[in-house]
Design a protein around this ligand. Structure first.
Ligand SMILES: *Cc1c(COP(=O)(O)O)cnc(C)c1O
Length: 861
């Protein structure tokens, strides 16, 4: 076969239609219905055949058609109006422009790094939840006016396209993407040549990359592409696929993302005049080398020591961990890291050991031979968070070893619960109904309100009619996908008559779609196939299931699960009630969530950090049926869906699956189907609709990604910017001082101890309201009383003498003595009855510390 070189020739638009260029390149169209309607209206059939891709649509219009459009004044006016609307959206002051951070300005710019971005199916640069979340983060930041700049990689073949063999085995294909055919522009130097960033590799090799820019509304997203002239063959392949390779290939991707990403930001600012980021957000560990690069900049450019640079960098860095599943955390061999940061490739002024220490698992249970990217993320991030309340708690326990001596509750990892971008995920018909009932032309983050759910504005029949319409739309779509899949699996059209009747727009529809790692338990529903069969085929109250999901190409276990499920869906008696749709992606998701009455999620608790698909379902009036894990653990309220009871603590996984599957079948039969088919004389399921209204009204506002981004701004970006500015101020004095202070405290800490504690003041039988006077005598060695905080830690104690739900309050310096000794005192009011306990401890104190646990130093009484 001859190798064919392909490239895309972009259309030259007539002057009257010039604005279509910008309208097609700014991805706001992907969540702005009027702009999409402008494009689809040009040629509805062509629009469908180019898979609703504006750039491809324009490319497919011939010169005659373009000339005709340019001569159509009504159309030309619409284009101009759409462009004017886009410009207003890009320039108007929005929410962010009205906020402050503790009296100071919010960051002028925030850099957001992620290995994947799911923005639209037209730009397939994601594998699952992490990428979709990153896309929703950027879109919502844009809607709020948050000055984020995204950084990622441009993968030549994205993730992969999934299809099935006749026998139900997953097949991966990697269609090559041509960046010129994507909604991207290449970043150019002033002389017109593509801008380039380069990083040194071992053995004298150099890795170059071009920078493509996607406009996500107001947010620029910089994507590095190593498939460029000047790279050797291997270097060209660094960005070939998302999560494609292992080991060294993955490390090179992450170096390009982190180190190359920071360099791309510098080029971006130089060429566009955009402000330099004041805060850096590392979305999961993969991009962690961005911290090493910023340290390098400060060591080389400002003459800072490694430690001082580390302080300056940490202060302005936010790290988000996304998974408690070990396979989700990148770990490299230390020897591999040594090749990239040692020997010939050592960074001037930075020792290999200093880099290795950042990712070292030097805590109990750690592996001394590995370099852990999540651990590096935590060491380089002055602020860190998990992605739901439960995941925050799980992460504090999981990483407790990094802060020895502190209780898991004090581990400095907070949580910001994920959210989803509603303009992307609410079905346009649903949004139109909502806007109509609110008397609005267009629904925006500002104007959405649950007021439309008032029965006086939308009746049960109308709401139920909408739900049926969405279900019907999914049924049509599912049949088309099923037919295509069977053709690919080798069936002839004559064999596929049954597909026309597969699924029904009137049957209770349950959706299950997600990646297929083992902990998500794709096949839990198959635990008892006969029981499932009888639910599907119930003559009175049937259930139908729509299932989708990709397995990682290297995960044969996941592929076996898919095959097991597909084989079941192929059985003749049930194939009209349960379908597996290949190639789960954003395009499928956008009809799947709205069309399902119930969204099923049954992970092995607590391994689902948050989950977001159920949120998207809820925004369309779907009810969740889920294990109490991730976000559902936080927001399930008894009326917005159902909680599948978990067999927590049952060690035997098989047994646990049996128990949880049985609970699932029972719930579906006795609660879910029963309620769905409980109709009044109008044919309306009144109780069901009450749950739908309740879900829309109460979950709707919480699951918004605008809420999530606002949380990040106020709880993490703002504080990081304030401290970051201090430490990165002129001369970096405070950063140097903080680094020296930490060294001093670490060096002297072995002399710090609580010598003796006295107390007085409570009655013989203590009562609520009594004041307990605590006086502690301490030795501080060479540290001064200002360097420490002596705390009384008090609260209710358990029978095992553990203080639960404690408060830590500082004691005041009362007296100093010779030889580095001092007395501290405080009165504590007894607030509650019951078993009370207290203890005294000493922790380091400095205004530059983000948490008492930061140094991992504590002296307990
Ligand atoms: C939302 C979404 C996901 C993530 O869903 P989870 O509930 O986190 O598993 C994955 N893929 C697509 C296409 C999505 O839209």
């Amino acid at each position: 076969m001859r190798a064919i070189r392909r490239f895309t020739v972009r259309t030259v638009l007539p002057a009257e239609l010039h604005d279509l260029d910008e309208l097609s390149l700014n991805l706001r169209w992907s969540w702005h219905t009027p702009t999409r309607e402008l494009f689809s209206g040009i040629d509805p059939q062509l629009w469908e055949s180019v898979k609703r891709d504006p750039v491809a649509l324009l490319g497919a219009l011939g010169p005659d058609r373009l000339a005709a459009l340019a001569a159509d004044q009504v159309f030309v006016d619409r284009v101009r109006a759409a462009a004017a609307d886009l410009h207003r959206y890009l320039q108007d002051p929005l929410w962010y422009q009205e906020q402050v951070a503790g009296g100071e300005e919010l960051p002028a710019a925030i850099a957001y790094f992620s290995p994947e971005y799911g923005i639209t199916s037209v730009l397939p640069q994601y594998s699952g939840g992490l990428g979709i979340l990153a896309g929703d983060h950027l879109k919502s930041a844009s809607d709020l006016g948050v000055p984020i700049v995204g950084v990622g990689l441009l993968y030549g073949a994205g993730y992969f396209r999934q299809s099935l063999t006749r026998d139900g085995w997953q097949v991966e294909t990697y269609p090559l993407l041509d960046p010129d055919g994507l909604p991207l522009t290449i970043l150019r130097e002033d002389d017109g040549t593509p801008a380039r960033v380069s990083i040194d590799l071992p053995g004298g090799r150099v890795l170059h990359a071009h920078v493509w820019v996607a406009a996500v509304g107001r947010v620029p997203l910089l994507l590095l592409d190593s498939n460029v002239p000047g790279n050797d063959e291997a270097a060209r392949k660094v960005t070939d696929r998302l999560y494609g390779g292992g080991g060294e290939h993955r490390l090179q991707q992450e170096l390009l993302l982190g180190v190359g990403g920071v360099r791309a930001l510098r080029v971006w600012s130089r060429l566009t005049g955009a402000p330099e980021p004041e805060v850096y957000h590392t979305n999961e560990g993969h991009a962690g080398f961005l911290g090493v690069e910023r340290i390098r900049e400060l060591v080389a450019g400002q003459g800072l020591s490694f430690d001082a640079a580390l302080e300056a960098v940490r202060a302005a860095t936010v790290f988000t961990t996304h998974t408690p599943v070990p396979a989700g955390i990148d770990r490299f061999g230390r020897d591999l890291i040594s090749q990239y940061f040692g020997g010939d490739n050592q960074i001037p002024g930075i020792d290999l050991d200093q880099v290795l220490a950042l990712g070292a698992e030097d805590y109990e249970g750690g592996d001394p031979t590995v370099f852990n990217m999540a651990v590096m993320g935590l060491r380089l991030g002055g602020r860190a968070n998990g992605v739901s309340l439960l995941h925050g708690e799980v992460s504090r326990g999981m990483f407790n070893g990094l802060w020895p001596g502190f209780d898991a509750r004090e581990v400095p990892i907070t949580s910001v619960t994920n959210g989803v971008h509603s303009p992307t995920w609410v079905d346009p018909r649903m949004a139109a109904l909502e806007a109509d009932r609110l008397g609005l032309d267009e629904l925006t983050a500002d104007t959405a309100s649950s007021g439309w759910l008032d029965p006086a504005r939308v009746s049960d029949e109308e709401l139920w009619g909408m739900r049926r319409e969405l279900r019907g739309q999914l049924v049509d779509e599912a049949r088309n996908r099923l037919r295509r899949s069977w053709r690919e699996r080798g069936a002839s059209p004559a064999e596929l008559g049954w597909v026309d009747d597969a699924l029904s727009p009137d049957v209770l529809t349950i959706g299950f779609a997600r990646r297929v790692p083992t902990y998500k338990r794709l096949t839990l529903m198959l635990r008892d196939p006969d029981r499932l069969r009888s639910l599907l085929l119930d003559p009175e109250r049937p259930v139908q299931l729509v299932v989708a999901g990709k397995s990682h190409p290297a995960d044969d276990q996941g592929k076996r699960l898919i095959q097991q499920l597909v084989r079941f869906t192929d059985e003749h008696d049930v194939r009209g009630r349960i379908v597996f749709l290949p190639n789960y992606d954003i395009g499928m998701a956008q009809s799947l969530y709205p069309g399902c009455d119930v969204w099923l999620n049954n992970p092995l608790r607590p391994l689902e950090a948050s989950g977001t698909s159920g949120m998207k379902s809820a925004l369309n009036g779907g009810l969740n049926l889920s294990i109490l894990d991730g976000w559902w653990d936080e927001w399930y309220d008894g009326e917005n869906g159902w909680a599948i009871p978990t067999a927590d603590g049952v060690e035997d996984n098989d047994r646990r699956d049996d128990l949880e599957a049985a609970a699932l079948y029972d719930l579906v039969e006795t609660q879910v189907a029963a309620r769905f088919y409980d109709r009044d004389e109008r044919g309306v399921p009144v109780r069901w609709l009450q749950m739908v209204r309740h879900t829309l009204a109460t979950l709707g506002p919480k699951v918004q990604a605008t809420r999530m981004v606002a949380d990040y701004v106020h709880r993490l970006y703002g504080p990081a910017a304030v401290v970051g500015r201090t430490l990165n101020g002129p001369g970096f004095g405070p950063a140097r001082e903080l680094a020296e202070w930490k060294q001093h405290v670490r060096g002297d800490w072995s002399h710090v101890r609580v010598d003796h504690v006295e107390s007085s003041g409570v009655r013989e039988v203590p009562q609520v309201g009594d004041l307990l006077s605590v006086r502690a005598y301490v030795s501080l060695g060479n540290l001064s009383p200002d360097d420490v905080e002596v705390q009384v830690v008090h609260g209710r104690v358990t029978e095992a003498d553990v203080i639960e739900s404690f408060t830590a309050e500082p004691l005041e310096l009362a007296e100093t003595y010779e030889g580095g000794r001092a007395a501290f005192a405080r009165a504590v009011r007894l607030e509650a009855s019951g078993a009370f306990g207290y203890t005294v401890r000493i922790v380091p104190r400095h205004e530059g510390l983000a948490s008492v646990a930061e140094l991992g130093l504590v002296a307990n009484a």
